[in-house]
Structure formats: C-alpha cells, structure tokens
Design a protein around this ligand. Structure first.
Ligand SMILES: Cc1cc2nc3c(=O)[nH]c(=O)nc-3n(C[C@H](O)[C@H](O)[C@H](O)COP(=O)(O)OP(=O)(O)OC[C@H]3O[C@@H](n4cnc5c(N)ncnc54)[C@H](O)[C@@H]3O)c2cc1C
Length: 206
C-alpha cells in the first residue's frame, strides 16, 4: 500500500474502524505520513498473534501503533463497539454519532468532522449467489455472524450435499484455532479435499 502524499487539510485524523490485522496494517503504513492515528475497535485487549499462536490475531510486524498509543500519547485507540454508533454525512464531512433510545449525538472525537473513514471490519460470507434450494447455512460465532458456510469434515456444506468449499471458507472448521483461512494454511486443508475428489487411478503397468 502506498500512502497518499497529499496533506490532509483537516486537522482531525481520519478514523480507522477495526482492531484486526487490516486495521493495524493500514495504521502502520500511514504512520510516517500522518500526525495522529485514531482507531476505533471493540472493547477488550487486542489479541496478539505471538501470544495466541493464531495468524488471524494481530501480527507483531503491524502493531507499532500500540507503542505510539501507549507510550507516546500520540495516537488514540478508542474501545467502542460500532453496534451503538453510526457515521452520518453532512456536507463533505463525516460525523460519528451515538444512537440508542431515540437519542443521537455527535461523539466528541468527531466534532470537527472526518474527510475519510477507513473501514477494516473483516469479511462475511456472501450467500447471494445461492438459490434458496441450495443455500448453505452460515456460521454464528458470537460477534462474527455469517462469516463462513457451515461445513462438515469433508469441507462439504453441512446442509447441501455435493457442495464443496475451497480457500478461505475452509476456515469454517478451524476458525480461531489454526491457519485454514490463510494461504500458508491451504497446504493442510486443500490436499485432503483434492484426495477425496480425485478418482483413484489404476496402478501403473510395469
Ligand atoms: C489484508 C489481508 C492480509 C492478508 N495477509 C495474509 C498473509 O500474510 N499470509 C497469508 O497466508 N494469508 C493472508 N491473507 C489471507 C489470504 O489473502 C486469503 O486467505 C486468500 O487470499 C484467500 O484465497 P481465496 O481463493 O479463498 O479467496 P480470494 O483470494 O478472496 O479469491 C476469491 C475470488 O472469488 C471472486 N469472487 C467473489 N465473489 C464472486 C462472485 N459472486 N462471482 C465471481 N467471482 C467472485 C473474487 O473476485 C476473487 O477473485 C490476508 C488477507 C487480507 C485481507
């Protein structure tokens, strides 16, 4: 990623929404070109890959912003779930609002308005290509609903026979435990599926 060298005319930093690898990777990349970085993520301690041994947790190579936030008082990490907030556009600027019980108010860090919002909230499984007659069920991990199709141990949709999934959706079976959702994990997840899909060849004649 190449940071935009154009100076931001607004003194308010543009918020990065999310607290995972893409949010931290983005923050790390713009660090040399921006005065402040503001991140908004769910409450709770950031999960670090070197502690959890899970590559979906935040990798050390991206987490310098944790130091500039905790030790230098420069950057900010705001622990708040987006479920109780919304972005509203007024003119050219975005404002972060709280909403609930009919009350809507601008949240202080955004009173000057933001030019851009960088959303790094992860991916969900797009089921729009499936007809209702062949709709795979989706996982319901708390806080990460509909992220993957529900698969059996053969990587086949649990409720649709003969529908197999490769690549990231295979992470359905080892989500938050192993590397099935990452390129370096495909070496473990793809060969078993290939083996079961390939008809056994007759032995070579010698
Ligand atoms: C920011 C980021 C950093 C990452 N870093 C790493 C890393 O360092 N190491 C690592 O191992 N993994 C990393 N990953 C994960 C890795 O990129 C993915 O695991 C891998 O790319 C998934 O491969 P895939 O083929 O399953 O999906 P994709 O590579 O996403 O391919 C899906 C394809 O399907 C196409 N498609 C989707 N919907 C439709 C449709 N309706 N019609 C037609 N085509 C469609 C898409 O256009 C795309 O070409 C990273 C991911 C992200 C987002």
């Amino acid at each position: 990623m190449r940071p935009n060298p154009t100076p931001n005319p607004n003194p308010n930093p543009n918020p990065i929404v999310g607290g995972g690898n893409s949010a931290f990777e983005f923050a790390q990349n713009i660090m040399g070109n921006t005065q402040y970085i503001h991140m908004v993520g769910r409450p709770g301690r950031v999960r670090l890959a070197w502690e959890t041994h899970y590559p979906g947790a935040v990798r050390t190579i991206h987490n310098t912003v944790l130091e500039t936030y905790l030790l230098k008082s420069m950057d900010a990490m705001w622990e708040e779930s987006m479920e109780h907030m919304l972005f509203r556009k007024k003119g050219d600027l975005w404002y972060l609002m709280t909403h609930g019980e009919g009350i809507t108010r601008v949240i202080p860090p955004s009173v000057q308005g933001f030019h851009k919002i960088i959303v790094c909230l992860g991916l969900t499984f797009d089921r729009s290509i499936f007809d209702a007659s062949a709709m795979p069920d989706a996982t319901k991990h708390k806080g990460y609903e509909s992220k993957f199709p529900i698969l059996n141990s053969r990587f086949e949709a649990s409720n649709v026979s003969h529908m197999f999934f490769l690549g990231s959706p295979m992470h359905s079976n080892d989500y938050k435990h192993a590397a099935g959702g990452f390129i370096h994990g495909f070496r473990y997840t793809c060969p078993p599926l290939m083996a079961q899909s390939t008809p056994k060849r007759p032995p070579l004649m010698t």
